[in-house]
Design a binder for this molecule. Structure first.
Ligand SMILES: Nc1ncnc2c1ncn2[C@@H]1O[C@H](COP(=O)(O)OP(=O)(O)OP(=O)(O)O)[C@@H](O)[C@H]1O
Ligand SMILES: [Mg+2]
Length: 239
């Protein structure tokens, strides 16, 4: 294991088609054990960044290093196997699969292997999923579906957990619950990269954050400093 950052993104460029330049040279670093947030408005490029790290999109140029090893060009399942798991925007659970089957999909390349330890850990993090293990994913509440999406990512026993807008569409009290669990997962040693439009929530959980605006990082620093910054307050905190 390298002593450097867990995740290092260098000068990442992404285009959709020929014209839509979603990322225009993004660089950032996440250290071991950190919770780092990425905040930005609609269309800033947050999801594009996470999908690129996860191997679901191919960058035009730039580097993604995980524990010092390049991830660019690797298949997404290979990146999960290396230790990076993504909780996608909109949760993307499988509505017609049961809770247990959804969880198994988080480690699908280990099909047939004994996943009972990972599953027991997920049920410890989310007791409600244990109670509903046979229920179809599509019949869970929004909060439960978010928990299932996080649980599915945890089945891969990641060292870096990336979450794309986990608070989206959830009642404040449910967001509290989800964020408590993210914090607990982090305390257990997992590095967290949290993408949120809900800047207030993200900056209260993270120690450090980056601000993304139309494909470029336009700010970074300690979360408390960003929270006190008047331009951040105006653009992202509605003050
Ligand atoms: N599949 C796609 N094809 C073409 N353009 C896309 C595609 N996905 C995203 N874009 C464009 O790329 C830019 C960045 O989009 P992205 O989804 O990464 O933003 P985001 O920060 O995640 O936004 P949101 O907060 O709404 O989720 C936007 O201009 C968007 O319209
Ligand atoms: Mg998005």
């Amino acid at each position: 294991m390298s002593a450097g950052p867990v995740l290092e993104i260098r000068d990442l460029h992404c285009v959709y088609g020929r014209k839509i330049r979603a990322l225009k040279g993004v660089s950032l670093e996440i250290g071991r054990g950190e919770i780092v947030a990425l905040i930005g408005n609609n269309g800033a490029g947050k999801t594009t960044l996470l999908k690129t790290v996860a191997g679901q999109l191919k960058p035009e140029r730039g580097q993604v290093l995980f524990e010092g090893r390049s991830m660019v060009g690797r298949a997404s399942f290979e990146i999960v196997r290396q230790g990076i798991a993504l909780v996608p925007e909109g949760r993307r659970i499988f509505p017609r699969l049961s809770v247990v089957e959804n969880l198994e999909m988080g480690a699908y390349w280990r099909r047939g292997a004994d996943l009972s330890r990972e599953m027991a850990h997920v049920f410890e993090l989310f007791p409600v999923l244990g109670k509903r293990r046979a229920q179809l994913g599509g019949t869970l509440s929004g909060g439960e579906q978010q928990m299932l999406a996080i649980g599915r990512a945890m089945m891969a026993a990641p060292r870096l957990l990336m979450l794309d807008e986990p608070s989206m569409g959830l009642a404040p009290i449910v967001v509290d619950r989800v964020f408590e669990i993210i914090e607990r997962i982090n305390r257990e040693g997992v590095t967290v990269f949290l993408v949120e439009q809900n800047a207030r929530r993200a900056l209260s959980l993270a120690a450090r954050a980056y601000v993304l605006e139309t494909g470029l990082i336009c700010g970074c620093g300690a979360a408390c400093d960003l929270m006190a910054d008047s331009s951040v307050q105006k653009a992202y905190l509605g003050l």
